[in-house]
Design a protein around this ligand. Structure first.
Ligand code: ZN
Length: 261
């Protein structure tokens, strides 16, 4: 599979194909955000996978994304890739299953907070208070108990692909009450519009690994919130397929609002 590795320099320039991949000799450098494709590709229905998940997890142990053909929500937690299907069931996909869009990091917490009794909306509104500046990327991990959780997944698509905002009009949604589990995701700064979801983008996995998905709402009962600062960003783009003919001149922020919330 042809891929072009493009290094996007945010603070530090990284050469593609270098040594921050995880292996036994050289553990992954911590807290580099590695991303496959861009959110505006997904929004216009570019769902063909370009990287097998076996390769994706070489870049880290905490991440989110989706799968070839938009087949469910991805949660990467502690090196394991989970696939929350549109039925609500959670699968562990084969290593050759590919992703068209994902973000992953070798997570290391820079700060930890204890949270109780807070809604997603309140947390989102006050999230800037948990880190020094809204102008960096951050990895987010929360573990504990939620009095309420609402998620969604997306049904697998076949070509011709519909835009994401069309697909999510009929998204299956799942509700959990008094549930234990983990949230993983990212905070992206405003200038990342078009590249990733700006602000918080979080996925959930239950402690029993039987449910989860893309988070729409929650109420925290009691959790630990860990945040890893991500001062480096490596962007890996498709070099073949629909991406090359995609239209990236359009402002898709309203589609994103529709698709993500
Ligand atoms: Zn999502």
């Amino acid at each position: 599979m042809k891929k072009l590795l493009v290094s996007l320099s945010i603070f530090t320039f990284l050469w593609a194909c270098n040594s921050e991949k995880v292996n036994e000799q050289t553990p992954a450098k911590k807290n580099i955000l590695v991303q496959v494709s861009v959110i505006d590709a997904l929004l216009q229905g570019i769902y063909d996978g370009i990287m097998p998940i076996s390769e994706l997890v070489e870049y880290g142990d905490l991440g989110i994304g989706t799968f070839h053909g938009l087949n469910g929500e991805m949660v990467v937690l502690n090196d394991t890739v989970f696939q929350v299907l549109s039925t609500g069931a959670v699968a562990k996909p084969a290593s050759d299953v590919t992703t068209p869009f994902a973000a992953i990091t070798a997570f290391s917490a820079d700060t930890t907070f204890a949270l109780e009794d807070i809604s997603y909306d309140s947390l989102e509104a006050s999230f800037n208070s948990f880190f020094p500046t809204p102008n960096l990327f951050y990895a987010v991990k929360m573990k504990g108990e939620f009095s309420y959780m609402k998620t969604r997944s997306v049904p697998a698509q076949s070509e011709p692909y519909l835009p994401l905002a069309e697909v999510t009009k009929n998204q299956p949604e799942f509700e959990f009450n008094q549930v234990k589990g983990e949230i993983v995701g990212f905070y992206c700064p405003a200038y990342a519009q078009g590249i990733n979801v700006t602000g918080l983008h979080l996925h959930f996995l239950t402690a029993d690994r039987k449910g989860g998905g893309h988070i729409l709402a929650f109420n925290v009962k009691k959790v630990s919130l860990e945040i890893g600062y991500l001062p480096e960003f490596k962007l890996i783009l498709p070099t073949s397929g629909d991406f090359l003919g995609g239209d990236f001149t359009v402002d898709r922020s309203e589609d994103l609002e529709q698709a993500e919330n």
